[in-house]
Design a binder for this molecule. Structure first.
Ligand code: NAI
Ligand code: MG
Length: 350
């Protein structure tokens, strides 16, 4: 089977970890009868500095026909972060209806979690990715005046809550059958009760999934105190953003965390990217942890229907992290990106 993948390495360590991810992808493809054609794009803050735009005017049209998009990270000092975000990431997520942001979290053997007793941590945060609190509706009045005010509207739709709830319930069904829905219906009295109602309605279609709603504050505490009890967590855009970064921290390093921006209807291409940014502080040193990008490639293989190949990549990650010699400095090791890549490829082809 052949797939066309758009690759956007981006800025900083983005190109370093994407080189690694592509090496792993090619190694596993060779073993599983899959072939990838890559369209590589230099869309980045560097391009913005040179040409005044993160991507060309027809950028989204170039991406539309591909099977998936693989992204490193964008962002660089000197270019405001809202430019890199709203000039590339958000247009891709919203135009291609990537309404699920999937963030798996695991404490791997060999990786020290900042939590003393974290073992058997293996859960997924499903973040609503296109509506909710991150809306463009609102405004400011009376700038600079004592009575100055700002209003930002959160937008929740029945269709939006339904599809994210359905996605989360079916994901839980294929895992350990447990779902927690993040809410705050005691304090946010319009949108969150609506969220709870629609999630409750959808639960009727999944009698085999044990679920409950939990307030976001208590749930945040549970991420730290009892992360092993979580299986799938579904949350609105803002709550999911915060919870998934907290989850990544619990797992030991942001360098490991992967994400998928999914259009489960497969009308549009989905996008896969490590959770971390361009890490200007370590860029160009060859020490970036490539696991977040490599695990993202496993999510991509899964999405493209290649579960065996995806499992192979994840087991290569497990073995590589278990070995002290093949851990990067963020995990207390001394290996560089190329050594970790070589180890991962060796586990797949060896
Ligand atoms: P960051 O994730 O780039 O870095 C935070 C810290 O984690 C740094 O100390 C960095 O060295 C370390 N780190 C990150 N990834 C690592 C890896 N793979 N291996 C080892 N260490 C790693 O976040 P920061 O510094 O807040 O943002 C830097 C730039 O990246 C900003 O311009 C920001 O807007 C952008 N960014 C882009 C994202 C994206 O493209 N989706 C996501 C997050 C940030
Ligand atoms: Mg975030």
């Amino acid at each position: 089977m052949r797939h066309r993948i758009a690759v956007i390495p981006g800025d900083g360590i983005g190109p370093e970890v994407i080189t690694s991810a592509r090496a792993v992808l090619d190694a596993v493809a060779g073993r599983h009868g899959i072939a990838f054609d890559y369209d590589e794009y230099d869309w980045s803050c560097e391009r913005y500095a040179r040409e005044g735009a993160m991507m060309p005017a027809d950028g989204l049209d170039l991406l539309r026909p591909v099977d998936a998009i693989l992204l490193g990270a964008v962002g660089w000092p000197g270019v405001p972060d809202h430019v890199s975000l709203w000039g590339l990431l958000i247009p891709i997520r919203r135009t291609f209806r990537q309404y699920v942001n999937l963030r798996p979290i695991r404490v791997f053997d060999g990786v020290a979690s900042p939590l003393r007793a974290a073992t058997d941590v293996d859960f997924v945060v499903v973040r609503e990715n296109v509506e909710g609190e991150y809306s463009e509706i609102g405004g400011r009045l009376g700038r600079g005046q004592p009575e100055e005010l700002a209003v930002q509207e959160a937008v929740f739709t029945r269709a939006g809550i339904t599809r994210i709830a359905d996605y989360a319930f079916s994901l839980a069904r294929g895992r350990r059958g447990r779902l927690v829905s993040a809410t705050k219906s005691n304090g946010i009295v319009h949108t969150m009760p609506f969220w709870d109602e629609v999630v409750t309605e959808r639960s009727a279609g999944f009698p085999d999934v044990e679920w409950r709603a939990e307030h976001i504050d208590a749930l945040a505490a549970k991420f730290v105190l009892q992360p092993e009890r979580l299986d799938v967590v579904v949350a609105s855009n803002l709550f999911g953003d915060i919870l998934s970064d907290l989850g990544a921290a619990v797992a030991g390093s942001i360098g490991i965390a992967p994400s998928g921006n999914l259009d489960p209807t497969r009308t549009y291409p989905s996008m896969f990217e490590p959770v971390h940014g361009s890490a200007p502080d370590i860029a160009g040193q060859g020490v970036a942890n490539p696991i977040g990008a490599v695990w993202s490639v496993a999510l991509m293989l899964d999405h493209l229907g290649h579960d065996a190949a995806a499992r192979k990549v994840v087991s290569a990650i497990e073995a590589t992290l278990r070995t002290p010699e093949t851990r990067t400095p963020d995990l207390g090791g001394t290996a560089g990106t190329p050594e970790v890549t070589k180890a991962l490829v060796g586990r797949i082809t060896g």
